[in-house]
Design a protein around this ligand. Structure first.
Ligand code: GLN
Length: 242
């Protein structure tokens, strides 16, 4: 089996090691002999929505988000078509904010998002920095926690059919108020969890791989691999206080 991955604007949105998500996704495919092509999509390149199974976009400061928001708006029809065709998206923090309707910083222009998620973000007065653990209802198997690290001042609110990734156990999540963290609709997933997220959440990585494969191959089951190290990292991170 073969997957095609689009890594969106890695030169602009890749803070706190978010590139580690792509590395974890690729490794867990290759360890199972699943072929993977990774294309970096940079400013000015047009996306072919037929080609890609999995899209990744990382986090970034407001400045980089301004540049990417203009780019994403030009790509909106292609990315909407990809979402409608069940492509899988993982968006972290600043990238997550831009998949919603808008990100309104304290100063400067409101950054228009591409509304793949029914969510919006406004600048807050506190920067949330710390470890986060979330209880998720996603069908990830016996482990129901996701763990990572947050560093954002944006406050995100979900609307309509967009559901949270989970409920905050430790940390602040979307807005430090409604106990939600992240968002998902169809196969589009957004989260504030840096870390990077996927290396120490192998169950979520495998879930995203399965969804990405199902587009072209129907229902698949993944070969078990030794996740001792990944779960040791997960459990250690879950124990961390905020
Ligand atoms: N600039 C946005 C915020 O502070 C996103 C930050 C990030 O991607 N870590 O909320």
């Amino acid at each position: 089996m073969q997957l095609n991955i689009a890594h969106l604007y890695p030169d602009l949105l890749n803070i706190y090691g978010d590139r580690g998500n792509i590395t974890a996704f690729i490794k867990r495919c290759r360890w199972r002999n699943i072929g993977v092509n990774v294309h970096e999509i940079n400013t000015g390149e047009v996306i072919n929505p037929e080609f890609y199974d999995f899209y990744f976009i990382g986090g970034g400061q407001d400045q980089q988000q301004i540049a990417v928001s203009h780019e994403l708006r030009a790509q909106k029809p292609f990315l909407r078509e990809a979402m409608d065709n069940n492509a899988v998206f993982l968006a972290i923090c600043g990238g997550y904010q831009l998949l919603g309707h808008y990100y309104r910083p304290h100063k400067g222009e409101e950054l228009k998002g591409i509304s793949l998620l029914d969510a919006y973000t406004v600048a807050g007065n506190t920067r949330y920095i710390g470890n986060v653990t979330v209880g998720t209802a996603l069908p990830l198997g016996k482990e129901k926690t996701l763990t990572g690290f947050e560093n954002h001042s944006g406050l995100t609110y979900l609307e309509g059919n967009t559901r949270p990734l989970g409920v905050v156990i430790t940390g602040n999540g979307n807005n430090g108020g409604d106990k939600t963290e992240g968002a998902h609709e169809k196969n589009v997933f957004g989260t504030y969890l840096h870390g990077s997220l996927l290396p120490k959440n192998p169950h979520f990585t495998d879930y995203l791989i399965r969804l990405s494969l199902e587009r072209n191959y129907g229902q698949v089951s993944l070969e078990e691999i030794n996740d001792e190290l990944e779960w040791a990292a997960h459990k250690k991170a879950v124990k961390r206080k905020y």
